[in-house]
Design a protein around this ligand. Structure first.
Ligand code: GRF
Length: 192
């Protein structure tokens, strides 16, 4: 999928469910001249996702698609993406598992960020689990998305030291800082 940077950036959609700090960060990254992506659509499965405010601020089109019926929701999203010629999808705190059927249509073009050193701690409560196990290190991973939770090929990973005084909150904050550096680096790695 390598592509040199030109005036035509890769049309990208970001999927969120919550706070959207990674969305905010990717919007900033995409606005740099040498970023390979432009963000053309934000999709949230939650109407009240806080991160939607960043799409509003930057006047990026946003759509709310609830996942009460996953098949229907995915069909709606596929149409939205096709109409807007979206070629790349970044999941950023998106709390739904996309089906094989959906992913086949965007084969190898969907990536996610996860707050652990995968394959360790797939799923939720990664910080709590790392602390409970007295791990010395944690971190974050950007990986390709498959229909198996947090299991696709790893693109980049960043390791950080857990200090004795860390709690869930401090660890989450520390790792988020690294997430915001890692996601743009991983996108550059894919395209440049
Ligand atoms: C991040 O920790 C991300 O790794 C995980 O969900 C969290 C989303 O945070 N998948 P935010 O909404 O981007 O602030």
């Amino acid at each position: 999928m390598k592509k040199s940077i030109g005036p035509d950036k890769i049309r990208t959609a970001i999927f969120i469910s919550g706070t959207g700090s990674n969305l905010k960060n990717l919007i900033k990254f995409s606005s740099k001249r040498n970023s390979p992506i432009s963000i053309n659509l934000v999709i949230s499965n939650k109407k009240k996702a806080k991160g939607l405010k960043y799409a509003n601020q930057k006047k990026i089109e946003k759509k709310i698609v609830t996942f009460k019926e996953q098949k229907k929701a995915e069909k709606i999203i596929i149409n939205l993406l096709k109409k807007r010629k979206i070629k790349f999808i970044c999941l950023a705190g998106f709390m739904k598992i996309l089906s094989n059927n959906f992913l086949k249509k965007f084969n190898g073009k969907v990536v996610n960020i996860h707050p652990s050193l995968l394959p360790k701690y797939k799923g939720l409560y990664t910080h709590k689990r790392a602390l409970k196990n007295n791990d010395n290190f944690s971190g974050c991973t950007v990986h390709y998305v498959t229909s198996k939770l947090d299991s696709g090929k790893i693109i980049l990973q960043k390791k950080i030291k857990i200090s004795k005084t860390d709690n869930e909150n401090t660890l989450r904050k520390k790792i988020l800082i690294e997430e915001h550096k890692l996601y743009p680096r991983a996108i550059n790695k894919i395209f440049i």
